[in-house]
Design a protein around this ligand. Sequence first.
Ligand SMILES: [Zn+2]
Length: 193
Amino acid sequence: MDDKKRLILVNRTHSIPSDWSDHLRLVSFQYKEELFFLEQETYNAFEGLRKKMLENRLILGVASAYRSSEEQKKLYEEMARDYGPEKAKTLCALPGHSEHETGLAVDIEMAMEASETQEELNYPSGYFYRCVHEHLSEYGFILRYPEGKEQITEYSFEPWHIRYVGNPHATIIMKQNLALEEYLEEQKQFLQI
Ligand SMILES: [Zn+2]
């Protein structure tokens, strides 16, 4: 994968390129009886992060990874049916506009047997997320929807949604607390993207 792909911008106004899936190399993996897919380089990075978390005695679980356009369409339609189209748009990206369709994004969760402390640990500002966020950039991941950047990303703070961009990008983005949109704007003059 090259930087052009690693830094692909998919948001409410930028849709995924129509030929994206033609070149996508997906790796499958199992978690809790469920089969997930991620882009190969992203998967390797995620495995690194997962091992790092194990050192901190935290098991990094997966709630969502790659979604095909068909799956995203189905998800959106279910939301629209249950909540109406306006509300659905705030809860779920329109088909072609979800980062999960790139294979570079993962929704993480803390994998642990239910315990009294789980809720506390798993709370957005709790130990689990703090620990994961601290190590994200070492493995080329960023927080895609950071707190305080809602106006730019057009998404609420999502401590669980991590996005692979590779390094040095991830380190700069996390250190400067930038939204990907801001970083790409800054880099426009340097990167051929
Ligand atoms: Zn997500």
